[in-house]
Ligand binder design. Sequence first.
Ligand code: FES
Length: 116
Amino acid sequence: MSSSPWIAITVIENLPLKEGRTLHWKGLDIALFNLGTRVVAVENKCPHMDGPLVDGIVSTFEGRITVTCPLHTRRICLESGQTLKPATDGPCVRTFPAKIVDGLVLLQENTTLDVI
Ligand code: FES
């Protein structure tokens, strides 16, 4: 079984540390965040009222890296997509495999992105 290919999106220098940048890809808005030693990619849509997570503040909450939604300050875990504050069992933000290789930001072209 072969794994999905990794697609180069940009160079890491285009992602300022702990700031979000939006990528429009395959019908989705994806928020990319440079966490210093790694990158994370989540759908740019808060599960509350679709707030733009890319404009949120990245910080640590209860030992997890989060983004705070700029609309109503929900805190979203950037690794699991789970809303941590307020704690909820509600819907998670979609997350996508991402990594840095030789200065390039890569996303895995998996089937979950094929939504259009
Ligand atoms: S839209 Fe994100 S907290 Fe309301």
